[in-house]
Design a protein around this ligand. Structure first.
Ligand code: GCV
Length: 705
């Protein structure tokens, strides 16, 4: 019976794939990239069936069950045949999964070298013979590694690659691969654009949303191994007993998937919830409070990962409130966590006006003098750029400047400054640009990727964080293409040297279609999308042209609260020109980079044009290397951005009928919003800057718009 209904479902799905009427169930996007659609090529399907005929699971643990469930679900979906899970090899072509500790067969292969190379979270996938039968082995020293291997194996089928013979060894390049949720205890999400928080604090720990298991599956499928549950603007209540019990309930769902939980800690917690008169990190009562808190946390969550802290930043409390340094603050928490194996991730997102008139210099100036003064279990968490997740920034000069302090990169998956969940912007290309940037910290080739993965400075700990774009929306990320950024973040965290185009192509096949035309069209939309957004919003190195919601253009924004929250502080446009002079004749920010990069940024002739106004202040008639004056270049970029946004709409319209109608219409609607927004950005910014430049916006047509 089960077999017959599976066969019927498979045939219906095949027919839909062949262009016949769609299945009755709507595509909501809930399944993300784990849709496991049927393989339509009969020869390929038969080949897959021969090499993935059944699952032999040698792990009896919850992780073993999670792996078996996923392999069964994935293989049945793609191959249209029931998949038997057993503890012994019963058929030719079985997929044998486990660790050498749990399986004498796996131990007997003699793959110690390979397994050692893969480590506990990586895996070996090899075609082999066992008990006289052909098998595909997914093995690891750790159960989590076996889980990651199972997802990798499924991805091979999802992207229709050959699976015979296989000889794969993979190891994640970065140790901590975390999502940071800026989720508040009232269910709202700071800079979240996809509904409410996934954590239902009011009903936890008694009611645990089954959706959390799908959240865990999605993350495990891309190798994410930790999640910070709450906002860095941390409510101290999250460290109280009731909230720790709720967090423990979440941890128990994520644990089988190799995902540990972490919490953002409010630095003033000893005072705010501990009834101490102070939170001074050098006060012994404060140190004792943190030690006791750590004991309590680990009593409830034995594999708790550690604390993330935003201190002395944007009004958050911190050690400087007591005249202490960031190192003093981080170390008191680190000492409390050390006996339990926990880490402190201390954020470098600080920009006190007292430090320097140029905001982008401040984090470097505060943190570089502290290099080497943090405990071994502290990692300093640094945003990709020195400002704040702008559409384009140079990499933060802290990367490559703290050889004795492990730094982890913080990327923003949620699109705070990049069109929220209305704009299709594939961030893979932006992150590729970041990871491939050369810091020159130890000579040429010291890329950000090699700083973050610990190679350049031999960091003992490595990590990366992505500010999550997930929420309670049925498709998780608001925009269906927001899923691509969650996916790409995980893939880069696993290996920061991957190519954005290859990641996009994987995701497209798993999420949308294998049809070459669809694949090509979507890939070209995605790969051009970030540059399109830069063009229609903040081209040529402009930044922060926004107001309070960080969505709409507001180049005139004079924010009275702080000048570095305004827009005019950054673009400095007047009759003489535009841009922030960060050269040696200006704020000197260029010299926070190593040579020869500092010289390259400083020199107008060598500064990359896409960062021109980040580093240079120039007259409107400055001649661009790409041709024409600066003003003409600005107009050209804004025009090009609008044209690109419009062409995304028409390219997508060309896919009508080739993908399911639900997701097609949802994306189309958002692309139309994006095209209109692009036009609004162009109009507003050019009109605003024109009052200073006094030059025509469209000289050819005499059109002043
Ligand atoms: C969580 C920016 C955002 C804030 C965010 C802050 C941070 O300023 O606008 O919402 O706060 O960065 O990263 O701490």
């Amino acid at each position: 019976m089960v077999q017959r209904s599976l066969a019927v479902a498979f045939l219906v799905a095949l027919a839909w794939g062949a262009g016949l009427p769609p299945p009755a169930t709507a595509e909501t996007g809930y399944d993300l990239w784990l849709r496991y659609t049927p393989v339509q090529d009969a020869a390929l399907r038969d080949a897959y069936r021969r090499s993935a005929s059944s699952v032999v699971m040698t792990l009896g643990s919850p992780t073993g069950r999670a792996i078996a469930d996923e392999l069964k679900r994935g293989l049945e979906g793609m191959l249209g045949a029931p998949i038997r899970v057993s503890a012994r090899i019963e058929r030719e072509g079985a997929v044998l999964v486990g660790t050498p500790a749990a399986s004498r067969l796996i131990a007997g292969f003699g793959w110690a070298d390979r397994l050692e190379r893969a480590g506990n979270e990586g895996f070996v996938i090899r075609s082999a013979f066992a008990e006289g039968r052909r098998v595909t082995v997914i093995a690891s020293l750790g159960e989590t590694g076996a889980l990651h291997g199972a997802f990798h194996f499924l991805r091979l089928l999802q992207t229709r690659q050959p699976i015979e013979p296989l000889d794969i060894v993979e190891r994640p390049r970065i140790g901590l691969r975390l999502l940071n949720h800026w989720d508040n205890l009232d269910g709202s999400i700071e800079r979240g654009y996809a509904g409410r928080s996934l954590w239902d604090w009011a009903r936890l720990p008694d009611v645990v949303d089954p959706r959390l298991r799908d959240y865990a599956r999605a993350n495990a499928s891309i190798g994410i191994n930790g999640t910070v549950l709450n906002n860095v603007n941390a409510n101290p209540q999250s460290l109280t007993r009731p909230y720790l019990e709720k967090a423990a309930a979440i941890a128990s769902v994520l644990r089988p998937y190799g995902i540990r939980i972490f919490l953002s800690a409010n630095f003033a917690a000893p005072r705010l919830i501990g009834r101490l008169p102070t939170a001074d990190p050098l006060d012994p009562r404060v140190a004792a409070w943190w030690r006791a808190k750590a004991v309590e946390v680990y009593g409830l969550i034995p594999d708790f990962g550690g604390f993330l802290v935003k201190a002395n930043s944007e009004g958050q409390p911190g050690p400087q409130d007591y005249g202490r340094t960031h190192a003093d603050g981080a170390n008191v928490l680190a000492d409390a966590l050390a006996p339990h194996g926990g880490v402190v991730m201390w954020r470098a997102f600080v920009y006190s006006e007292k430090v320097d008139p140029d905001r982008v210099k401040r984090a470097y100036m505060e943190f570089v003098p502290l290099d080497g003064r943090f405990r071994d279990n502290v990692i300093v968490q640094v945003k990709n750029g020195p400002l704040d997740f702008q559409p384009r920034e140079p990499f933060s000069p802290l990367f490559g400047a703290m050889p004795r302090t492990p730094l982890m990169a913080e990327l923003q998956v949620t699109q705070e400054y990049l069109g929220h969940s209305n704009h299709l912007v594939y961030l893979g290309t932006m992150w590729e640009e970041f990871f491939r940037s050369d810091t020159y910290a130890a000579g040429p080739g010291s890329t950000v990727a090699r700083v973050v993965d610990g190679t350049v400075h031999r960091y003992r700990r490595t990590g990366i964080a992505g500010v999550a774009n997930t929420g309670s929306d049925q498709n998780w990320t608001g925009h269906h293409f927001g899923q691509a950024n969650w996916y790409a973040y995980g893939r880069f965290a696993w290996n920061p040297d991957l190519a954005a185009a290859a990641i996009a192509d994987e995701w497209i096949q798993m999420t949308w279609s294998h049809a070459p035309r669809v694949r090509e069209t979507i890939r070209s939309i995605m790969l051009g999308s970030r540059e399109a957004l830069v063009d229609y919003s903040m081209p040529l190195g402009l930044h922060h042209l926004i107001g309070g919601d960080h969505y709409a253009p507001m180049p005139e924004n004079p924010d009275p609260r702080r000048e570095d929250w305004s827009a005019i502080y950054y673009h400095r446009a007047d009759r003489n020109g535009i841009g922030f002079d960060r050269t040696r004749r200006g704020s000197g920010a260029v010299d926070q980079y190593h040579k020869p990069l500092s010289d390259r940024f400083d020199n107008l002739a060598t500064c990359p044009e896409n960062l021109l106004l980040w580093f240079h202040r120039l007259p409107w008639d400055h001649r661009l290397r790409s041709g024409g004056t600066l003003w003409e270049g600005l107009v050209r970029h804004y025009d090009r951005g609008v044209a690109s946004a419009r062409s995304m709409v028409s390219a997508w319209e060309g896919l009508r009928g080739e993908i399911d109608p639900e997701r097609f219409e949802a994306v189309l609607g958002k692309l139309r919003i994006q095209a209109a927004d692009a036009e609004a950005w162009r109009h507003k910014c050019l009109r605003y800057f024109q009052q200073f430049s006094g030059r025509p916006i469209d000289a050819r047509r005499g059109n002043q718009r």
